[in-house]
Design a protein around this ligand. Sequence first.
Ligand code: TMP
Ligand code: ASP
Length: 236
Amino acid sequence: MEKREQLYEGKAKKVYATDDPNLVIVSYKDDATALDGLKKGTIAGKGVVNNRMSNFLMQLLEKNGVKTHFVEELSDRETVVKKVSIVPLEVIIRNVSAGHFAQRYGVEEGIVFDEPTIEFSYKNDDLHDPLLNAYHALALKLATREEIEEIKSMAFRVNDVLKAFFKSLNVNLIDFKLEFGRTADGTIILADEISPDTCRFWDASTGEKLDKDRFRRDMGGVEDAYKEMMSRVFGN
Ligand code: TMP
Ligand code: ASP
């Protein structure tokens, strides 16, 4: 596997071409943004935590029948993944009220739902990722009806697997964001990352926040929260 030119630089990751047209290398940075890019900073060691945790979780999901982009971890920050074209939807699953759900609907955080919810945002920085429903996604030709059905069922399956896994670490999985991609042959697979940047994790005993909300809300203890999640997942 040969690393070639940089294809893309995002807020938290860089993507490089390889000598295989179906594979790319993702490189995780310590850079963090929040509040629609208004807030910028660094979280020391975040790239390592997110790379390793995301790879671990993608492999757990594969074992549970969810197709993902994961191929091979190269180092603490770099991973080979399948090249996909990203479906421009942010898919958010919620088990407990928090964040924008609590704000939008005027409820407190921490209400446990009887059933998980799903919502989509249009992944478009210029428009600030507006919320949309499946009909809007179809009208905008962001995905086909079949793809949207597949994405929904995969997202709920991911929730079942991850919720049970984190519960075993005494962590409640409050909500998370997923992104999906199409491979060259049109298969929908789970892409992007699953990490404290993209999930809300609350300690099941104390309710302590162990995720990026500590950065978004200037709570302090950001690095320690990422380290804590790392050690719960990998033990030590
Ligand atoms: P929200 O409550 O701000 O909508 O966030 C829901 C979940 O999605 C939360 O776990 C954080 C994650 N998320 C991202 O990964 N990227 C984003 O840009 C946003 C807004 C949320
Ligand atoms: N990823 C950021 C967040 O989680 C969103 C942004 O870039 O503003 O809040």
